[in-house]
Design a protein around this ligand. Structure first.
Ligand SMILES: O=c1ccn([C@@H]2O[C@H](COP(=O)(O)OP(=O)(O)O[C@H]3O[C@H](CO)[C@@H](O)[C@H](O)[C@H]3O)[C@@H](O)[C@H]2O)c(=O)[nH]1
Ligand SMILES: [Mn+2]
Length: 747
């Protein structure tokens, strides 16, 4: 843990040469309690495993043997995942940046260039006006504008998106000075105009321009073509003509369009504008495209040729800037010579706007994107999360000691760009490196750029960079640097987790597994920390076991947990309350509410039962060729009815999806077992009660978690209710499970 001049923790005092620090770092106050609790909990886990082994050896019936075996498997997986998570709790750190100090010592003219990458992939799921808002918020950074270049990657090759950006280029020359002069914080026009109502004539005028632009873009989308009335000159006509002949989503040539050029285009007050470049890489049905990682690598090459800024920001199209001073925080680290040589990237948390008061689908992600990254940072590097990430360009070209050979000088991160961005040579070269055969027999995707081989290219890329010796930093200022949209219906959320789960497990089971490769190259703590993510998916195994086995036992009157008043009973209670209690305390200390925590743990259960269970199965079926999962882009559009339900906290099931079957089956089985268990206890007396009490509590907790499911099955008539098909299938599955266990328990 080193601060700017290499001093340890908590350095807020001025530097020896009287220069105040640009940033500080301190150990998190929870470190001590975390370590103590980990030690106690470890003993409890060992005791539990011992008891399972003992029961297994002594079991006399097939039923008790198979129940115990399944619980042993479940607890082994949970113990492994728990250990992995502890790595991230051992030395969490907190950082602060002091951009105000930086500004006193470094002049703006010296600031490095910044290339911003914005990815979009589908104009229907990611409406172009949204992408434009993101890009505008980034173009309007409080940073020397001529040093910013925004590259938009359009994987849909959509004329609508290009059209939207042509309009945005015009609007930018009004919007950027407006933000500067009025010192606006919300630089996404959509966000600004949705919150500001008090107006003066200037604001009114610019709002009207924004509305006009938006209407034009939507109009073009509705008509399904960029009509002649919107085309201003021959140059534009020529561009849109590319879409005429045989241009399809999967098969089209490269389109690169420089929409703003920072050496020539000025805003209405005479300031230079940032560069704005639209890039749609070549696509062909016969080549591999590697989804977002492929798109980012094209932008990496194109930008190296055109502007070659030392800093790169990668951004999803729906994550807009919420703080124009963000780049200055980055410079606080970039100008620290002690950390600079191995600094690979700086990650901001992925935070979401517009969550409802309960955070129904658990998108506050307190652990995944805020608490764990602090722990990872303490171990040697925060994880790359795909968006809100500032890279040093050099870090994408080989390890800290040697830069990879790129073939042509213009592709080297050290190359000094002299030619103009629109010069024919530069454009020809840029088109070449965006073609779909360019990467064949090169090291792109393996040793260079964003890495291929996983659906979560982000985590995988950061992981590989760490293994090469790069470090990274987690930067979590109070005001969110970026805000994005989270899915507001269950099926989108579950699909997203399925993709993540599958991508993560692909890494976990590959030759780069953190358990083997990771621990070997980076040591055990980092290997374990990464395992916490790459094996996240296998939490589906214990969750499924605990959601069904004890309940099926309860149904058949078989006791699987210790009796009340036995010491082992207390052990179970401690393990259960300890894990949930720690999770709860961390959540609430981080400023969340009980209800949000409740949603988060409920979604934990549902996602493990459904998305992650399917992802685990997909991953295991892959070697025999039964899985062909691609990158399904998460939709960023929702209808009004859905919005209304979301804000009322009502669950959105809607379209039938097999992903709903396991949680619905669990809901049915737990409810029936709970009722049946109560009947057994009433008629069987105290002894039965004492031996089944823990199973009753477990089933009861799951029933509480499933309340929205019962409501969606039985009490609702809106479009978001549980599709009847799913209820029927789940009832059948529940019946089959019951029949199977009653056969086993008779043996
Ligand atoms: O073939 C593709 C597919 C996706 N994208 C873009 O990738 C981004 C992320 O896609 P989205 O559907 O929003 O996925 P999320 O699950 O929300 O994304 C999270 O997870 C991804 C990995 O699965 C990371 O890349 C993202 O940064 C991270 O926000 C979007 O800007 C897309 O336009 C592409 O450019 N090309
Ligand atoms: Mn997204």
């Amino acid at each position: 843990m080193r601060s700017q001049s290499g001093r340890d923790d908590n350095s807020t005092a001025p530097e020896p040469n009287n220069q105040p620090p640009f940033h500080t770092v301190e150990r998190h106050p929870r470190t001590g309690p975390n370590r103590f609790f980990a030690a106690v909990y470890t003993l409890a886990i060992l005791a539990l495993l011992y008891r399972h082994a003992q029961t297994l050896v002594n079991s006399t019936t097939l039923a008790s043997f198979s129940f115990t075996l399944s619980l042993l498997i479940a607890d082994l997986v949970l113990a492994f995942m728990w250990a992995a998570a502890q790595a991230l709790r051992m030395c969490p750190i907190r950082r602060k940046q002091y951009p105000e100090n930086l500004k006193k010592f470094i002049r703006e003219e010296e600031f490095p260039g910044l290339d911003v990458f914005v990815c979009t992939a589908d104009p229907y799921k990611e409406p172009p006006i949204g992408v434009v808002n993101t890009a505008l918020s980034l173009m309007a950074y409080d940073y020397p504008t001529e040093k910013i270049s925004v590259y938009v990657s359009d994987d849909a090759g959509s004329a609508f998106t290009l059209f939207a950006f042509m309009e945005a280029a015009k609007f930018a020359s009004y919007w950027l000075p407006f933000c500067r002069e009025n010192d606006i914080m919300d630089r996404s026009p959509h966000v600004y105009f949705s919150s500001v109502h008090s107006t003066n004539s200037d604001t009114d005028k610019i709002k009207e321009m924004y509305e006009n632009m938006k209407a034009k873009v939507e109009n073009v989308m509705n008509r399904g073509e960029v009509s002649e009335i919107y085309i201003n000159d021959d140059e534009e006509r020529e561009v849109f003509n590319k879409w005429k002949s045989g241009f399809t989503l999967q098969d089209h040539p490269t389109v690169i369009q420089v929409l703003l050029d920072s050496r020539h285009n000025k805003d209405i007050t005479g300031h230079f504008l940032p560069n704005l470049i639209y890039v749609s890489r070549q696509k062909s049905k016969t080549s591999l495209h590697y989804f977002k990682a492929g798109a980012l690598n094209v932008l990496l090459r194109v930008s190296t040729i055109m502007t070659n800024a030392p800093l790169i920001l990668t951004q999803d199209c729906d994550m807009y800037s919420n703080d124009p001073t963000t780049p200055l925080r980055i410079l606080c680290y970039v100008y620290d010579l002690a950390i600079q040589p191995t600094l690979g990237f700086i990650q901001f948390p992925q935070r979401f706007q517009g969550l409802n008061k309960d955070d129904t689908y658990g998108y506050e992600f307190k652990h995944i994107i805020r608490l764990h990254p602090r722990g990872a940072d303490g171990l040697g590097g925060a994880y790359y999360f795909g968006t809100g990430t500032f890279f040093r360009r050099r870090a994408l070209f080989g390890d800290p000691s040697a830069c990879v050979e790129t073939g042509i000088p213009e592709l080297s991160p050290d190359y000094v760009v002299k030619k103009h961005i629109k010069s024919p040579d530069v454009l020809a070269l840029a088109h070449g490196v965006a073609s779909c055969n360019y990467e064949i027999q090169t090291q792109w995707g393996s040793k260079m750029g964003f890495r291929y081989g996983s659906l979560v290219e982000d985590l995988f890329t950061g992981y590989q960079m760490h293994s090469e010796g790069w470090r990274s930093i987690f930067c979590d200022p109070e005001r969110a640097a970026f805000l994005g949209n989270a899915p507001i219906n269950l099926v989108d959320a579950l699909y997203q987790w399925e993709r993540w789960g599958l991508g993560l497990l692909e890494i976990g089971l590959s030759k780069y597994s953190p358990i083997t490769f990771g621990t070997r190259t980076m040591g055990l703590p980092i290997g374990l920390g990464y395992s916490c993510y790459t094996f996240w998916t296998i939490l589906s195994i214990p969750t499924t076991i605990y959601a069904f086995i004890p309940q099926l036992g309860l149904f058949n009157g078989v006791s699987v947990f210790p009796k009340m008043y036995e010491p082992w009973f207390l052990l179970h209670v401690f393990l259960f309350l300890g894990a949930y209690g720690q999770d709860f305390i961390e959540y609430v200390i981080e400023g969340s509410s009980f209800r949000k925590w409740w949603s988060s743990q409920r979604m934990w259960m549902i996602r493990n039962l459904s998305s992650f269970a399917f992802a685990t199965a997909e991953c295991l079926l892959k070697p025999i060729g039964l899985s062909s999962y691609g990158f399904i882009v998460t939709s960023k559009v929702v209808d009004d009815e859905q919005y209304k339900r979301y804000y009322r906290g009502v669950w959105e099931f809607g379209a039938p999806s097999t992903l709903f079957v396991p949680p619905t089956t669990a809901a049915i089985i737990n409810l029936l077992s709970f009722i049946w268990g109560a009947v057994l206890i009433f008629s069987g007396g105290r002894d039965v009660g004492e031996s089944l009490i823990l199973q009753m509590v477990l089933a009861g907790c799951i029933v509480l978690n499933c309340l929205p499911i019962y409501e969606a099955i039985a009490l609702r008539s809106d479009h978001g209710k549980m599709p009847a098909k799913i209820t029927i299938i789940s009832t059948f599955v529940a019946g089959a499970l019951y029949a199977a266990t009653s056969i086993i328990s008779k043996w």
